[in-house]
Design a binder for this molecule. Structure first.
Ligand SMILES: Nc1ncnc2c1ncn2[C@@H]1O[C@H](COP(=O)(O)OP(=O)(O)OP(=O)(O)O)[C@@H](O)[C@H]1O
Ligand SMILES: [Mg+2]
Length: 685
């Protein structure tokens, strides 16, 4: 149907020429106002009313069609519709609360429980969790809703350990202790239940139940973790295997783990991850470049490499591989990790590195720590004051106050002291300095890096800094600085990775090819998909894989789910909703199509802003300029995640089938959106 047909249906074809001369087509119709119609020469008020009503009906019709075909493509937050998510659920309860209620009168008891609740809310808030409900002295907490983070499982355990300690130290009339249980799994976050303060979002699925059971199993001050969570944690925490335990509501005994207070390392999960599973595949040119820069650095001409690329593309892996190559060569390696948990704490990466290098132990006294630190840094310190300033930075007892410096001067001298440490190390032997994840850097560390980049030029230092595309590195253009962007792996490398990860579990060729296809050249996806397939295929009896386990149609492995959802959540509810609609339309969709489907829900400006945000965040490629643009999900897995997230009411298969039906009906839509050859697309609004 075009605008002429539409006018004819209304018996108002006399305006067709005016509409055409003014380039009014079906896309513009919903935007027309009474004034526009006047300008178009529709003088009769009756005709104007008729046209406006027909336009409103048209928009509502498109909206209805969209609602039928895009079952839940709207954020649960805004509309109350259900949403499917991976959630880490935590139950926190007080030990022996019944005796408390017999020992104290209600007034005192209220105060005690109030203090405890405030402590829980504060601790949970700090780690980015969400208190869903207070139930007497029990508290139900979500990580991953309303906002997901890629490390929700880690956040939950950190919160649990912190809570166990903080609640124990509360200054209340009775000494308190908690039991904490944590479980992770897919849930449907449903409608709002109740009203006012008591309002909560219902979560459907076995996960909350499992978390509650874990809590019951926990000893006082203990944090008990279910298997789903443990898998996401890798080696990060010291977890004690409690064996398989029979749990009410679950047919077979489930594996259970006790979270230990001590972390194995103060390095982030991803740092432990890189290189653990697969030796480097491909990346020959990039490795060459790094080795070349290393050679120059060794000759005293310090070098800086800015290593960027999307999450999971292999930045950390490449630096780890360089380190391995240099094994046996005389050099010092320094590693710094920016952390999403510490963006607000000044010089965090440098503090953490010093603590690791000095070998602080969990139960070291302040004096012991000061001794260890002094041994570490004294050789590089120009004077006693520098040791004092660095000790002060690490919150150790020091005479920093006696130095009588203005805050500005103190900061300058501290940064100089830290730089001198690098100087001293580089004078002994070449230094490989790696700073990871600059997209999470704090301003003071960044300032120190400014100084380091400058200083490195005249030292035998290779400084490699890694970051995701959202970070704008300010150092490019300097002669000692090279920028290196990691692109996706080609199919052959993808296939080699699958083969190596699968090892003895040889996968059928078609399945391996499918993994490579779905992973789109992102090594992290190759790993996780392969792992998911192997785990699913091994089954309880460990039967062979050949011929088994097709990749589920929407197989987003749990380890990836959180980070993918987090990337969508960061965009805000509107952009996420648009991503969901886009996902239903296919891997590629035109602006025209998504505007038509989304139009009853979103103003044009919102839609363009949402698409712009997704392009900017690297989730979509954009070709052309809206409204003549088209979009491509950069990763099939992002599209899958969006779909899964959207389609709580209907299984993803149905959602995508409906999407495909939709495509057939709407002009400009492509059939079989699953696979297209990637056209030369630019990134841009
Ligand atoms: N070329 C490669 N060959 C084999 N495995 C790889 C390769 N590149 C990456 N990997 C593996 O893929 C996973 C993700 O890589 P890595 O952690 O280095 O990504 P990243 O770019 O640092 O991501 P992030 O931005 O999340 O830190 C790791 O487990 C790593 O071992
Ligand atoms: Mg990394």
């Amino acid at each position: 149907m075009d605008v002429g047909d539409w006018l004819r249906e209304l018996g108002l074809e006399r305006y067709e020429q005016a509409f055409r001369e003014n380039e009014i087509d079906l896309r513009v119709l919903p935007e027309l106002t009474a004034d526009d119609l006047k300008e178009l020469g529709v003088v009769a008020i009756g005709h104007r009313r008729l046209l406006l009503k027909a336009i409103a009906d048209l928009a509502a019709g498109a909206g209805r069609a969209a609602a039928e075909d895009v079952p839940a493509a709207s954020p649960a937050n805004a509309t109350g519709e259900a949403e499917r998510r991976q959630l880490t659920v935590m139950f926190c309860d007080l030990v022996g609360s019944t005796p408390l209620s017999t020992r104290f009168d209600p007034e005192d008891l209220r105060e005690i429980v109030g203090t405890y609740h405030r402590c829980v809310a504060d601790t949970v808030g700090r780690f980015g969790g969400f208190v869903a409900k207070y139930m007497g002295d029990g508290v139900l907490i979500y990580f991953g809703y309303p906002e997901a983070h890629e490390d929700d499982a880690e956040r939950a355990v950190r919160t649990g350990l912190a809570l166990a300690e903080r609640v124990g130290r509360l200054d209340t009339q009775a000494s308190l202790q908690t039991r904490i249980g944590i479980a992770t799994g897919l849930v449907v976050v449903g409608d709002l239940i109740g009203a006012g303060d008591a309002q909560e979002r219902g979560v459907v699925g076995e996960t909350p139940n499992l978390a509650a059971r874990m809590q019951e199993l926990a000893p006082p001050k203990g944090v008990v973790v279910a298997e789903g969570t443990r898998r996401l944690l890798g080696e990060l925490f010291e977890l004690r295997d409690l064996g398989d335990v029979a749990v009410k509501g679950f047919e077979t005994p489930v594996p259970v783990w006790l979270g230990g207070a001590a972390e194995r390392a103060r390095e982030p999960l991803r740092a432990l991850r890189a290189g653990a599973l697969t030796p480097l595949v491909g990346r020959e040119e990039e490795s060459e470049l790094l080795l070349d820069r290393w050679a120059r650095a060794m000759a005293g001409e310090g070098q800086v490499v800015l290593l960027s690329g999307e999450p999971g593309i292999g930045k950390s892996q490449l630096t780890a591989a360089l380190h391995e190559r240099l094994e046996g060569e005389r050099h010092t390696r320094l590693r710094y990790f920016c952390s999403p948990h510490h963006q607000g704490s000044a010089l965090y990466p440098f503090i953490a590195q010093l603590e690791r290098a000095a070998g602080f132990a969990h139960d070291d006294s302040a004096e012991a720590r000061l001794d260890k630190l002094t041994t570490l840094i004294a050789p590089g310190a120009r004077d006693r004051d520098e040791i004092t300033l660095i000790a002060d930075l690490l919150s150790l007892p020091s005479d920093a106050a006696k130095l009588d410096l203005t805050p500005e001067r103190k900061r300058e001298r501290l940064l100089a002291a830290l730089l001198h440490q690098l100087d001293a190390l580089a004078r002994q032997q070449p230094v490989l300095m790696v700073v990871e994840d600059l997209h999470w850097i704090d301003p003071s560390s960044r300032e120190l890096l400014d100084l380091t980049v400058e200083r490195a030029a005249s030292l035998p230092v290779l400084l490699i800094m890694t970051f995701r595309p959202e970070f704008q590195a300010p150092w490019s253009g300097l002669p000692q600085v090279a920028a290196l962007t990691l692109n996706r792996l080609d199919r052959l490398s993808g296939a080699v990775m699958v083969e190596r990860i699968a090892g003895n579990d040889k996968l059928p060729d078609a399945l391996a090819a499918e993994i490579v296809e779905r992973a789109d050249g992102v090594p992290l996806f190759v790993e996780e998909l392969t792992r998911a397939v192997i785990e699913a295929g091994a089954g309880p009896g460990g039967e062979a894989l050949a011929g088994a386990t097709p990749l589920p149609s929407s197989g987003v492995p749990p380890a990836l789910h959180a980070s993918l959802i987090a990337r969508l959540d960061r965009l805000g509810p509107t952009a996420r909703e648009i991503a969901q609609i886009g996902a239903v339309l296919g891997r590629e969709f035109s602006y025209e199509l998504i505007a038509l489907v989304a139009q009853s829900r979103r103003a044009e400006a919102d839609l363009q802003a949402a698409l712009g945000a997704q392009t900017g965040a690297g989730l979509l490629f954009c070709r052309g300029i809206a409204p003549r643009s088209s979009y491509l999900f950069k990763q099939a897995l992002i599209q899958d995640t969006s779909l899964r997230n959207a389609a709580a009411g209907a299984p993803p298969g149905i959602a995508s089938r409906r999407g495909a039906n939709n495509c057939r009906r709407v002009p400009g839509a492509r059939r079989s959106p699953a696979r297209i050859d990637r056209p030369p697309l630019e990134r841009g609004g």
